[in-house]
Design a protein. Structure first.
Length: 441
């Protein structure tokens, strides 16, 4: 067994899980708005009805006021109000009946024209800064026309305005708007129009729908002069806004966009006049100063010739003086060089006597040196001769050598039977050691 509260909770969960957000169409009745901002009403058709609630955080985004008897479409979640066990729709969004189809048509046309390049920034033309005339496509009875004319009269009353009248809502209005734009395009050169305003005041989406028609968008695209569209209020966006060369949030803003501001232009002219005055005054002052300078330089030809003659005389005097000074300097330089050359000239006879004397001294020194060398050579030769082993042999001495050529100085190193080579002054013999005698003191 479960309680009533649990039953209602289970019913709510089952309903919300099995029936997600969906669009429901019907007629509003018993509309109630509370100070809290929440809306309560009944949505009905010829066969049934259902209670609905739209809370403040959803209702505040609706830019129109629903009322009893209106056909609407709501995006809602079916739920149960547990406290009373009441089945109701919780509204997430609301639109007038038929707007869904209009929105789908709007999106299809937008995608089509975008794919064709009608919205690209590259094809949009610049608006003329000072148009010769301004064309306006709108209804003559529309408040938008009065706003445009008032704005143009205030900003620049001297610019002519050509009105191309046309209905801006209702059946067949799109074709008439298209025809008015085509007429303005054809007669632009004749009427002098250099920019075209297509405008109308605010209204519902149905009222503005003519400006979402393809024929109007293509007429704007084909227009021979730049087009500014100012349709509805700032939040209203139509296909015409996307195709136009410029989009204005309101008709008044469109008039401001195509017309220069007289007060601003006047201020600019005043500023430019002041700048021109300053520049002109400065140029005149520069010219006057230059004229004074040229006037000071202006001299009579005769006086100028006389001045040149005096200058030439002065230059001639300086030239003669410089020549004399240079000639004197050269003379003194030649004298100085001659004196230095005379002082530096060599005495060849004295040098010859000096060379002869050096030659005699050199011969004497060489003779003395040879005598000393010969005496020293004789002494060394005698000494070497005295030490010559052959001289010792001549005196009767002999030299004993072992078989390997070693000179024998001590008999102790010899062995009995060992062969010796004995050299004499003339010739040599080979002997054998028979016996060794003791050394004598």
């Amino acid at each position: 067994m479960i309680s009533v509260a649990e039953l209602n909770r289970l019913a709510r969960a089952a309903l919300e899980q099995n029936l997600p957000l969906t669009w429901v169409s019907g007629e509003i009745s018993n509309m109630r708005r509370y100070d809290s901002g929440h809306w309560y009403f009944t949505l009905k058709d010829v066969e049934a009805q259902v209670d609905c609630v739209m809370f403040r955080h959803k209702a505040q985004y609706l830019d129109w006021q629903p009322a009893d008897g209106m056909k609407v479409e709501v995006r809602a979640l079916a739920t149960v109000y547990e406290a009373r066990g009441k089945y109701q729709l919780n509204i997430e969004a609301m639109r007038r009946a038929g707007l869904g189809a209009l929105y789908e048509a709007y999106e299809r046309l937008k995608a089509k024209l975008d794919a064709e390049g009608l919205f690209t920034e590259e094809r949009k033309r610049e608006l003329p800064a000072m148009p010769r005339a301004i064309g306006v496509v709108t209804s003559p009875q529309a408040a938008a026309l009065r706003d445009v004319l008032t704005t143009l009269r205030r900003r620049m009353p001297g610019i002519p305005v050509v009105i191309y009248p046309t209905p801006v809502q209702g059946e067949g209005s799109a074709a008439k708007i298209m025809q008015a734009i085509a007429t303005a395009s054809t007669r632009a050169a004749q009427d002098g129009c250099e920019v075209l305003i297509v405008c109308r005041g605010g209204g519902s989406i149905e009222d503005l729908w003519s400006f979402n028609e393809e024929i109007v968008a293509r007429a704007i695209h084909a227009c021979s002069i730049p087009v500014v569209v100012g349709v509805g209020h700032e939040t209203d966006f139509t296909i015409s806004d996307l195709v136009a060369d410029a989009r204005a949030p309101t008709p008044t803003a469109a008039a401001e966009l195509v017309s220069p501001d007289r007060a601003e232009l006047k201020a600019q002219v005043t500023q430019l006049r002041a700048q021109l005055t300053r520049v002109t005054r400065r140029a005149l002052e520069d010219r006057m100063q230059k004229l004074d300078y040229l006037q000071r330089r202006l001299v009579h030809p005769g006086e100028r010739i006389a001045e040149r003659r005096r200058h030439l005389t002065h230059l001639a005097t300086r030239l003669i003086g410089a020549y004399k000074h240079e000639a004197e300097s050269r003379v003194w330089l030649l004298r100085t060089l001659n004196q230095r050359f005379t002082a530096a000239r060599p005495d060849l006879r004295a040098h010859e006597r000096e060379l002869n004397q050096i030659e005699r001294r050199l011969k004497q020194a060489v003779g003395h040196r040879l005598e000393r060398a010969q005496a020293q050579l004789a002494r060394v030769s005698a000494h070497v001769t005295a030490l010559d082993p052959q001289r010792q042999l001549e005196r009767g001495y002999s030299i004993a050598q072992t078989a390997d050529g070693e000179i024998v100085r001590d008999a102790a190193v010899l062995a009995v039977g060992e062969e010796l080579r004995v050299s004499f002054a003339r010739g040599a013999v080979v002997s054998e050691v028979k016996r060794k005698l003791p050394a004598t003191e």
